[in-house]
Every structure is written in structure tokens, then in C-alpha cells.
Write a new protein. Sequence first.
Lengths: 147, 298
Amino acid sequence: MRKILLLELIFACCLIGMVNAQSTTRLVELCAESAGKDATYLKDFVVQLDAAGPDGKAPVAKYSMVLSKNNVYRFTICNADDSEGRAVLQLFDMNVMLGSTYNPSTGKEYKSFDFQCQKTGVYHIFISFIDGKKGTAVAILSYVKTL
Amino acid sequence: MKHHLLTGFVLLFFWGCGQKTQNLSNIVVPEDILNQGINEITDQAMQKIIDNIASPVEVAGLLKKTGVPFNRSLLAPTSYASAYNSAFQKAAALGIFGADLGYLNMYNKTGSVIENLSAIRDIAEDLKIGQFFDFPTLKRLASSRENLDSLMFISVHSYNQMDKYLRENQRGNLSALMIAGVWVEGLYLVTQVVKQYPDKQLIEKIGEQKIILDNLMIILKNYSNDPKFNEYISDIEKIYAEFRNVKIYFEIAEPEAVEKDGKLTIIQHETSIVKMPDETLKKITAVTEEIRNKLIKI
């Protein structure tokens, strides 16, 4: 009996894992599509973050990538349907923030922004959730055109 | 250096000249992010490696934008694919064929894509990552010549999935070979095209690879204990050596945010300027051709 229960538990865990993988894959597809007809998908970043801890520090997912001069890139952020928090994507060159999908002073959120790159190099994107809520989101890096 | 970085992470960003402005002065970069270096990469850290080091889409996009016609003779022969017998050769070839796939897709050469896709499928299956390569769907999309966006998306996404799986399953060495394969083939394509069409933007693209090569070498050197890898690193170092006369200068300027019709665009005004003597370009072209041909040889 215990063996059956254990097998059922393993099966349920596998099933949940598969469903989760499928739903994030679907979210990547939808998000890439929502980037627009003029954008060609390059990379996706699937982010699942916990809520901020007792210290109030919101978890941040960080990625590094090479961007090339004279290219226009589009950064798109999409929240999972069941995500508690709304994701924010910030683009950095070293320690200088170049752009963000969220302006905290106005509270305005952007689904995406384009970046006209004029310097080939390593850039960083940080993804977090507003007010340190927990959440799931997908960010898409797309190539729009060469200037 | 660390101290310098620590003191510099409170951001004040001036959004000038745009139709609307944003004030993002209260965004703080976490310390641990600023302090993370890329100079030491452990096998575990391959999971968090720099993305987009070599992008077939961008290389092909640049070639297409400059108006250079498609040249089939530049592609790596897919007939060799079945003869590659080591995981090393297969992973490197996967990168090379991936770069060629981007070139074919960008020029809408869907008829020729099938051969390339078949070679990629065979190699991916040999490396036990075939589950990420949706060959039937790709073949259908390529054959129908419809929905090229989907063809491009699934191609690139499949590669990303394979790369991710390798990194997450202690096979980062194969991921590194794939990345290097894409990079070598991309450089080969651009240098060969420049021989016939010495376009300024293409030449600059070649020179900029000095920046990318620094990062690629860090990844490859992570596996220098493997003799086969060591030989490969020596080959890539030959290319690296030819880049020593490439000088890259930076002009510092503030970025600009422009919002129009609800769409936000960030315009970078800081720029990089590449200076490369003609002789250096010739040497880079020659050594890249040599290394790339060695890589695809059976």
C-alpha cells in the first residue's frame, strides 16, 4: 500500500513538473509572439522568484548577454497568468541602467522597450517583481533590425 | 576595483531629449550583481554563462541588410555530418550548422533548409538532445514556405533548449563547443563575404569580435584539461592573436529614452569605434578560414 502511495506521489510530482514545463514553454511562445512581427526571437529567460524576505530585499534574477553595435533589440516581459507579482526588466551596461519596463516615479509599466545598441559588449538584465511579490514571468530578447 | 564598483551602483539616469521623461533615480543595483565577475567560470557556472555570444540571426541579419547576395558555397557541407564520430566533433558541428541555418532562414532559402535540418537532427540525436529539436514541425514549415516567423522561432528556440539542457546536465563542455562553433562559422561567413564586398559595417563587425572573443576564450579555457579542447583553444588563440592589432575606442555619452505612441525606445549614444589595419583583416580572414575548415573536416 505504501509502495502504491509512493508511486502515486512520484507520478503526481512528474505530472506537475511536466505541466509546469509545458506552461512555461507556452508562455515563451506567446511572449515571443507578442514581441511583434518585426522582432525575431533570440533568447528567453524564464523567471520564478519568491517573495521578498523579512529584510525586505526583493529577489532578482540576473542574466548577462552580448549585444552588438548598430542592432536594435527588443526586450519584452510577460507575466504568467497565475503570477502574484508583476515583473520588471531592467537593462544595464556595467553599473548604468539604460532602460526599464517600469518607471517607479510614475508607476507606468511597459510591456517592452527597444534598445538601439551603439556599443558591442556584455550587458546585464535584471528581472524582479514589483513590491517584492513572488511571481513567474518570461522575458524575451528579440532582434528587430540592423541600423 | 571592487570598491570602485561598490561606490558606483546607485543610479542616476537622465532621460533627456525624449518626448516624455522617466525618473529612475531610486533604482539600486544589488551589490552581489555588481561584484560578480566573469573571469572564473566553474563547470557549475556554465549554467549562468553570458548569453548570445554568437547569434546566427544577427550575423545573417547584418549580411542581408548590407545587400550582399546569398552564397550557398559558403555553407558547411552537411554530407559530412554522419561521419563525425566524436561528441567533440558533433557538438562543434551543431554550432556550425546552427549558424548556417540562421543564414539560410534569414535569406528565406527554405528549400535548402531541409538538408541542414536533417543534419542537425542526426547530430542532436547522437548527442541525446534530439528531443529538443522538433524536426517534423520545422520540416513542414520549411516545405510549405509559409510562416517563416515560426520557422525562425522554433529553430532558434530548439537551439536554446539544447544549449540549456547541456549546461544544466554537466555537459557544459558540449555547450561551449556549440557556442564556439556558431561563433567560428559566423566569423567565417562575414570574413568570406568581406573578401568580395568590403562593406564598412561588415568590417567593423569583424573587428568587434575582439570583445566577444575575450569572453569566448574564458568559456573554452574552462575545459583546457581535455587535450582535444586544448588543441581547439590553441586554434582559437591563433585567431585571437590576429586581433591584437584591432583597436577599439569608446566615446562616452548619456543614453536617451524616447516614448512615442506608448512605445519606449532607448537610444544609446555611447559608441564603440573599431580601427583595424587592412593587413590585420586579411590575416583574420585567412586564419578563420583555416580553423573553420579544420573544424568541419572529417
